[in-house]
Write a protein that binds this ligand. Structure first.
Ligand SMILES: [Zn+2]
Length: 380
């Protein structure tokens, strides 16, 4: 009787496991194009004029591997030769959130989970956007997440908690960045959060648009793209497949034409994290592939320009994701998720261009900030 019960339990477990596994299998129909960089100043100890920091939110090694295998074994990111690993713990937690991780990248200081641009004692920290704008660089911030999302906000806001959307939007109005893009039209429609703040952005010289296809029509010297709700969705749910790639390409050109000392652009693929939180393999793969197209744009520019350092990294891993099965030939991957939250895994960092070698080895997330400033020869 006991044996029979055990057998039935096993069968039920097997059925549940295969159901879970099935839900997490994704097959990429056709591989997307990959860009091969020229590797001309890659790793050279030469002048860096521009820095493009590309953050795949939640993009650990498994997320990257899942996109690589689904894409038939090739990715633009996988062509980069200077690779390191980043420690991601925050000031007060073994497992970081995006606010503390974004603050580490933007300010070089570890803070508590939830805090944005302030240290663990709530003291305001100068961020990369502020330091480089003051030093004569044109700066920009792009995300597929809401503009108040923790990663983009770490580059312009100083708030004791990431949930303070009204205060974060007030910081956005004062940003020195010349180009900001993210979603969240509804935030500005909420009188208690963003009431009147689109007008304040305009009063501060920003051309404000909601459709990324209108970017070339903006006449103002500064651009705020507060994207429509459709552009806030995952690619899987309808975001324009050109959104992140095009906005990145446009912003690079826009900032480069400012003819300043150089430029700094932060680009975040925010939805890799959301897909991994949801245990959605298709979402992880498609958002990572979407990010890879934006990386290709950055590398294309870096090749033309010769003085641009491109850094591709993650703020943390999400989902404790593993790959249980798959086939590179078929573009098939089976994702398995061990948590609905983030994990403590080291995350990969890939660098391209002059000073790319600075990012090799195992580094702390706070070191990325110092390495960028040092490559640009800018003092904090
Ligand atoms: Zn997350």
């Amino acid at each position: 009787m006991k044996v029979l019960r055990n057998m039935m339990l096993c069968a039920a477990l097997l059925a549940a496991t295969s159901l879970m596994a099935q839900e997490n299998v994704y097959v990429q129909p056709t591989p997307q194009e990959v860009y091969t960089p020229a590797y001309r100043n890659d790793g050279a100890n030469k002048k860096v004029k521009n820095v493009i920091l590309m953050v795949g939110d939640g993009m650990g090694l498994t997320q990257m591997t899942s996109a690589l295998h689904a894409n038939g074994g090739d990715l633009t990111i996988a062509r980069l030769r200077h690779i390191g690993l980043v420690r991601t713990h925050s000031h007060n937690r073994y497992i970081t959130d995006s606010a503390a991780a974004g603050t580490a990248y933007a300010t070089g200081t570890k803070t508590d989970n939830g805090k944005l641009g302030v240290d663990s004692q709530d003291k305001s920290l100068q961020n990369m956007t502020e330091i480089l704008s003051a030093a004569g660089y044109a700066t920009g911030i792009i995300s597929t997440d809401k503009i108040v999302g923790a990663t983009p906000a770490a580059f312009y806001a100083h708030q004791t908690h990431r949930s303070k959307n009204a205060e974060i939007l007030s910081d956005l109005i004062r940003t020195q960045a010349l180009f900001v893009a993210g979603s969240g039209v509804e935030l500005f429609e909420n009188p208690k959060v963003g009431g009147g703040k689109l007008d304040s952005l305009r009063a501060n010289g920003f051309g404000v648009i909601h459709n990324f296809k209108e970017l070339p029509d903006v006449k103002e010297d500064k651009i705020a793209l507060i994207a429509n709700k459709t552009d806030a969705e995952w690619v899987q749910k309808g975001r324009d497949a050109d959104y992140l790639r095009y906005v990145t390409e446009f912003a690079i050109d826009f900032l480069d034409r400012k003819d300043d000392k150089g430029f700094f652009l932060m680009v975040e693929a925010g939805e890799i994290d959301h897909a991994a939180h949801a245990g959605n393999t298709e979402g992880v793969v498609r958002e990572t592939l979407d990010f890879d197209k934006a990386v290709a744009e950055a590398l294309r520019f870096a090749d033309e320009n010769g003085e641009t350092l491109v850094i591709v990294l993650a703020d943390h891993e999400t989902g404790g994701m593993a790959l249980g099965d798959g086939s590179v030939e078929e573009g098939k991957v089976q994702g398995r998720f061990t948590t609905g939250g983030h994990s403590a895994l080291l995350v990969p960092v890939y660098a391209y261009g002059p000073h790319a070698g600075d990012f090799c080895g195992v580094i702390d997330n706070t070191e990325v900030f110092a390495k960028i400033l040092s490559a640009l020869k800018v003092k904090k």
